[in-house]
Design a binder for this molecule. Structure first.
Ligand SMILES: [Zn+2]
Ligand SMILES: [Zn+2]
Length: 412
């Protein structure tokens, strides 16, 4: 038997209804903030991610699905920000009026070690706002993502924010960090010892419990922001306070990549345990330059792990079916087909399944989760009234076609 590839999975009904609901909420929220959808190819040239995500990251060095396509190295996208920025540069979206606000929903691919809740094909819902340096945009992006999570039904989400400085102030901070690490590096874990030399910022990411006290005592980037980054972060915080959006400041929330600038943020959720980050985001004003463009492209964005979000929200699927029609006999089947077409045109979801006895038909209607069942035999057709059964209360009422349309209306 051929099975789904390791680390991938089939999403089946009724679960797909929950996925669709989450995605519909996302689309509604994006629209209300004037974001529009972008669909980039799932395949890109490998060098896009090498430059846009960073050669030294785990993603690029270990986790990408890359293959030689007759001499061109191609990769299944491991994330989408680099692709969006490539499209932005390629189509000169800088020439469009205003800030370009783009969103995407789709699969990404990383060859991670399989573990619970992690997949090699996973889904992200993300957005990018490109073309403004203003902290107002940062706050609006964060407000939007919190609105999305709350409407999707994720309660108890914690917003964590930070500023990672800029090319003016961060290098000096990194040097300070390197100095401060010298006397303590010996006592830290192996990864930290290496990073203390190669990339001291990433020491701040260490999750090893024994290292935490020493790492917490290291200098904070927030005491080392320049005269542009400091007021920018201050403005982001006050915009969030005005909107009554609760947040925690965590100076250790940094990103190891050079093109990240100023605002970074993350949302965690208790139900997700150790893998508790639902989304990460940040400002990436230097990304376009690292892709070889000289267009000024300040941008900020985020991506939500949709698999984890779906796992953390209400799993009850919407009512599956408005009406189940049980035709008794051949004439009734013809009649049922035409009636179903009319009701479907009016917006109802209708299932017609012929054959079997009445009792079996009612059992099936129940299993299919139908709100109503319609009994249809020669007598009903001759009389022009049908018997409509409310599957919850069991109540049966004779209805004409017009009355039937009326009864189905609340859901239509
Ligand atoms: Zn700065
Ligand atoms: Zn460590």
């Amino acid at each position: 038997m051929i099975r789904a590839v390791k680390g991938t999975r089939d999403l089946l009904p009724p679960d797909t209804a929950v996925w669709n609901r989450v995605e519909q909420i996302a689309r509604d929220v994006f629209r209300s903030y004037n974001y529009h959808e972008i669909r980039t190819p799932i395949l890109e040239e490998t060098q896009l991610f090498a430059r846009g995500v960073g050669n030294e990251t785990d993603i690029v060095s270990k986790e990408m699905y890359t293959f030689d396509d007759h001499g061109t190295m191609l990769t299944l996208r491991p994330e989408n920000t680099a692709s969006v920025m490539r499209a932005w540069i390629e189509h000169r979206l800088d020439q469009k009026p205003g800030v370009q606000k783009l969103y995407y929903i789709g699969p990404m691919f990383r060859r991670e070690r399989p573990q619970k809740g992690r997949y090699r094909q996973f889904f992200q819902i993300g957005a990018e706002a490109i073309g403004s340096e203003s902290p107002f945009v940062d706050a609006e992006v964060i407000e939007m993502v919190m609105e999305l999570l709350s409407r999707a039904g994720l309660s108890g989400a914690n917003l964590i924010i930070n500023s990672v400085g800029c090319p003016n102030c961060r290098p000096a901070f990194v040097e300070k960090l390197r100095e401060a690490l010298k006397p303590v590096a010996n006592s830290l874990c192996e990864d930290c010892q290496r990073r203390a030399e190669t990339n001291p910022l990433r020491v701040l990411d260490c999750k090893i419990p024994e290292d935490q006290a020493a790492i917490n005592a290291l200098p904070s980037i927030l005491d080392n922001l320049c005269e542009i980054c400091e007021p920018h972060f201050h403005a982001v915080r006050s915009y969030l306070e005005e909107r009554e959006i609760a947040f925690e400041i965590r100076p250790r929330l940094v990103r190891g990549l050079d093109y990240y600038m100023r605002t970074t943020f993350e949302v965690t959720h208790g139900s997700l345990g150790a893998q508790n980050s639902v989304l990460g985001g940040g400002r990436y004003d230097g990304l376009a330059a690292s892709l070889g463009s000289n267009l000024p492209t300040p941008g900020i964005g985020f991506s939500i792990g949709e698999d984890r979000l779906v796992m953390s929200v209400d799993q009850t699927p919407d009512a599956a079916l408005d009406l189940y029609i049980a035709p008794m006999g051949d004439a009734a089947l013809h009649h049922a087909g035409l009636l179903a077409r009319e009701l479907r045109k009016a917006g109802a979801s209708v299932e017609v399944l012929a054959g079997g006895k009445l009792k079996r038909a009612m059992e099936l209607a129940n299993k299919l989760g139908a709100r109503f069942a319609l009994l249809l035999g020669d007598n009903e057709i001759a009389a022009g009234t049908y018997t409509l059964k409310d599957m919850k209360s069991g109540e049966q009422t004779p209805v004409t076609k017009t009355q039937l349309l009326q009864r189905l209306k609340p859901n239509v």
